[in-house]
Design a protein around this ligand. Sequence first.
Ligand SMILES: NC(=O)C1=CN([C@@H]2O[C@H](COP(=O)(O)OP(=O)(O)OC[C@H]3O[C@@H](n4cnc5c(N)ncnc54)[C@H](O)[C@@H]3O)[C@@H](O)[C@H]2O)C=CC1
Ligand SMILES: [Mg+2]
Length: 341
Amino acid sequence: MAAVYQALHRRVSSLICRLHSTYVRKMRYLNQLKEDDSLCRQAQTSGTFYLFHNLSPFLQKAGKKYLVPQLSAAEMKGILEKFQEAEQWIEKSVLIGCSDEHRPRFALDLGALDKSVIESELQGSFTDLRKALFVVDGEDSPLLASAHSLLQWHESHQYCSRTGQPTQKNPAGSKRVCHASGVTYYPQMSPVVIALVSDGSRCLLARQPSFPPGMFTALSGFCDMGENVEEAVRREVAEEVGLEVESLRYSASQHWPFPGSSLMIACHALVGAQRAEISVDTLELEEARWFGLEEIVEGLKREPRSSKRDDGGCLPWFPPKQAIAHQLIQEWVQQQTAQTA
Ligand SMILES: NC(=O)C1=CN([C@@H]2O[C@H](COP(=O)(O)OP(=O)(O)OC[C@H]3O[C@@H](n4cnc5c(N)ncnc54)[C@H](O)[C@@H]3O)[C@@H](O)[C@H]2O)C=CC1
Ligand SMILES: [Mg+2]
């Protein structure tokens, strides 16, 4: 028995080791591409490309599914030749990852070219990011989101804020340099806290006037300069609904491409059941209220389309699984269900 266990243990360890080494090798290769410009230029000739047009990703429809095609360098050349454009377009691409076999992946925005020519040539369409993220496969949406954010950052950092001179990107797109001042700019994200507030038996969800009708989500807010996550959660909850957080627990984080590029830091926050009276900041929120377990479970089953009531109003529904708010709500349901079981 011990021998069987040992053999099994050896197999599992060697499998884990192999998995680790693939991952570690991949991360080191990507870092090399960011640091070594000539290696990255070479990689552009063997890599694959995700296309964007004015920050809208290119998708192809296959039956009911939406695919995110990766074009080879040769296919890219073919497309660019249609416009009699030189291959210098490839230089505008940014590195967004690589396959396990070290085939680099780039994203490229062809915003200056006629979109309908590319769409008919490649039989697909450039689709608004908000729609694209929710129709593509699970593993493609984070890739599209980060590619979009990186391309957007480059677009808005064309000039040095000190000298006003143009900045140059490195081939990987991991930085931009102003040669006049020597300043290096790196892509930035804004930290945002998102907190699912609970009083032990209910959770608090809110809506902003700009949300689609019926949609409620957890409270969120940008971190102020110098604030840590705990301080930002306590402040946002106090500002938006007038409650004092007693304790909080980190759950997970997510990159979020709207409105710019945010790092969403998701937490569960507890307030005292005796001090749970909400006073809503109506400048930011249209409504905030407590939801019981049953109402949350029903809301999770609902889709925007099925939320319409006969009187023209809407029943509550919650963000889809791609949003970290969904994960927080699901975790809260699991915790409540375990408590009441
Ligand atoms: N992935 C998810 O599940 C969710 C994501 N979110 C995202 O969280 C973000 C922040 O949520 P809000 O409640 O709107 O934030 P908020 O409560 O901080 O209010 C937004 C206001 O903060 C100010 N602000 C401060 N720093 C800013 C910055 N770096 N960029 C833009 N505005 C800044 C602006 O005046 C803005 O109008 C939203 O952009 C939203 O897309 C929100 C809920 C769920
Ligand atoms: Mg907010």
